[in-house]
Design a protein around this ligand. Structure first.
Ligand SMILES: Nc1ncnc2c1ncn2[C@@H]1O[C@H](COP(=O)(O)OP(=O)(O)OP(=O)(O)O)[C@@H](O)[C@H]1O
Length: 259
């Protein structure tokens, strides 16, 4: 799983819910160790794309290659193995409220590893420490702040040491300071784990703070209209909509309703 320079390659991907076309003909690669941002206005299909990249939804057309293997053409046992190399932090954080943080983080280890109880406990402690939650293992999700819940969700997403981490709107619902801390944590994890990270977000501060590469999905033409480092796109994209998005409308004003 460590060989290809781009752990995710998307080729001619068309996404649809039944006859409802969401995006078509997407082509892009996510370089190893990138923090890759998926951008675009509301409803353009960012979360839907994330579902395709994480094996939750099959393409209407085209391919998603994970470390060179066409995910949807692979046999089921191979797909299961591929999914173990992926960690996902959903928008809601998706912690189980009836379990403590430690039990939440232990879940994937119980389900997908042969580790014994003591080994799992040790790993859980390590993962919680990695996200700044050492000592909070016995707390329930309702007893901690929103930012801490996100970090606990992140510890769970990292439980199986994934090589690729996906985040859906990580800073949604966080105050600016907690959002900034989460950005710092994402940067730190990229360094310490050598992971490749894919983030759906429209928080401009986050996009510029952490994004090394990005794509922009257009809801009108229903395809990808820009790709590159976010700051470069802000300053050089030939797409007014992309420059406007990345400058909160200061660079040029797209027609009303574009977003
Ligand atoms: N399960 C589903 N069944 C049918 N249509 C869906 C489903 N999920 C999303 N859609 C539709 O697909 C389109 C894209 O949705 P998606 O959530 O991927 O967009 P998004 O860019 O992530 O939006 P936002 O920024 O508002 O979260 C929307 O029009 C949405 O209504």
């Amino acid at each position: 799983m460590q060989d290809s320079p781009c752990p995710i390659v998307v080729q001619d991907l068309t996404m649809a819910y039944g006859s409802n076309l969401i995006q078509r003909d997407l082509n892009f690669s996510v370089p190893r160790n990138a923090i890759f941002i998926i951008m675009g206005g509301s409803g353009c299909g960012k979360s839907t794309l994330l579902r395709h990249l994480t094996g939750l939804m099959a393409p209407a057309r085209g391919r998603v290659l994970l470390d060179g293997t066409d995910y949807w053409q692979a046999p089921e046992d191979h797909r299961t193995a591929m999914r173990r190399h992926i960690g996902v932090l959903f928008q809601s954080g998706a912690l189980l409220s009836s379990l403590t943080l430690a039990q939440n983080v232990a879940l994937p280890l119980r389900e997908h590893s042969d580790l014994n109880r003591r080994q799992i406990d040790e790993l859980v402690e390590l993962k919680l420490a990695l996200v700044g939650l050492a000592g909070y293992g016995n707390f329930y999700p309702s007893q901690i702040s929103g930012g801490m819940r996100k970090r606990a969700g992140l510890a769970r997403a990292m439980a199986l040491d994934p090589q690729i981490l996906f985040f859906d709107e990580p800073s949604a619902g966080l105050d600016p300071l907690s959002a900034r801390r989460l950005d710092d944590l994402i940067l730190q994890l990229r360094e310490s784990l050598g992971a490749t990270i894919v983030v759906v977000t429209h928080e401009l501060a986050s996009i510029f703070a952490i994004g090394s590469d990005s794509i922009f999905l257009d809801p009108h033409s229903k395809t990808l209209i820009a790709q590159g480092p976010p700051a470069w796109l802000r300053d050089h994209s030939d797409q007014p909509l992309v420059r406007a998005f990345l400058t909160r409308g200061a660079a040029s004003s797209p027609p009303t309703g574009e977003f």
